[in-house]
Design a protein around this ligand. Sequence first.
Ligand code: NDP
Length: 323
Amino acid sequence: MSDPYVMQINETGGPDVLVKTARDPIAPGPGQALVRQLAIGLNFIDTYHRSGLYPVSLPFVPGSEGAGVIEAVGDGVRHLKAGDRVAYLGSATYASHYTGPAATMLKLPDNLSEADAAAVLLKGLTAWMLLFEVYRASPGDTALIWAPVGGVGSLLVPWATSLGVRVIGVTSSAEKAARARDLGASDVVMSGGDVANEVRKLTGGEGVDVSYDSVGKASAAASLDSLKPRGWWVSYGNASGAVEPIAPGVLGQKGSLILTRPSLFAFVGAPGGMQRGAAALFGALKTGTITPHVGQTFQLEEAADAHRAIEGGKTVGATLLLP
Ligand code: NDP
């Protein structure tokens, strides 16, 4: 085992700004637990922090989630003890060790490994938020799902399908299209073509009830043009860059459309939100509605390579960083 360390940025920029930096574990204070991390889920938001798209104060350690084994707990922690296996949302998780609030750490069920937990926690909660808290997808709805085989997408597609929703995926290659169909998409259109036109053809000219859109700048116009009157454009990510401003009048002209830009932390941070989301997520895993899919792993020290891979659209499923 190497000495304790974090992957830190001292300046924003490309993947190479991530540097390995020695850092002793932080002793847990009251209400906290110290975890030896075994797996860290890579999320696209980590690249926004690194690049400066989302401003951070420097120096900064990226990372929004992790899973591992508790080494010590602080005063007042009763429900967790050393040796327990946990997963959590948090900050600065690009590290061999994580110290954070024990109250929000989830004890892992016996049948869920740390790696699988890190693969599904943040991304599965995002899928839950989108389907149950933002636009409540119903049987008979048709949903357009962008990046359907990515970290979030590979959970969102089967979960939506299980609710009786018809899923049309939008992706970039024949291999990814085949995988999207395996996950439950009834149809797939190619992001390089005229997406809105293809969607109209597939829906008898009607359009879709909702577009779950993680691509952002490059997908905005096609999302808007693919919706039914009063359809929902759920813009939840910026994989291609931030969406340009849109005048409210455009939503009116295109059919009284609804635009929302949800952020997971507003949902899991609301009273009862984390409990609701975690219950739904662990339930969906238990019934096999969704399954963890670790598409690729990198050593934590190679986080720069992992960032290059996800930003290059080269990943499928979840990507893990292993300390
Ligand atoms: P993904 O695994 O989905 O990776 C991104 C995918 O986006 C690529 O594989 C690619 O899929 C697609 N893509 C399209 N255009 C581009 C581009 N120009 N550059 C790179 N990728 C592109 O990532 P995650 O699952 O980690 O995250 C998905 C999205 O969800 C991100 O935008 C993220 O910010 C957002 N998110 C938002 C949350 C929220 O609270 N709002 C919470 C969690 C995630 P393809 O080849 O199929 O087009």
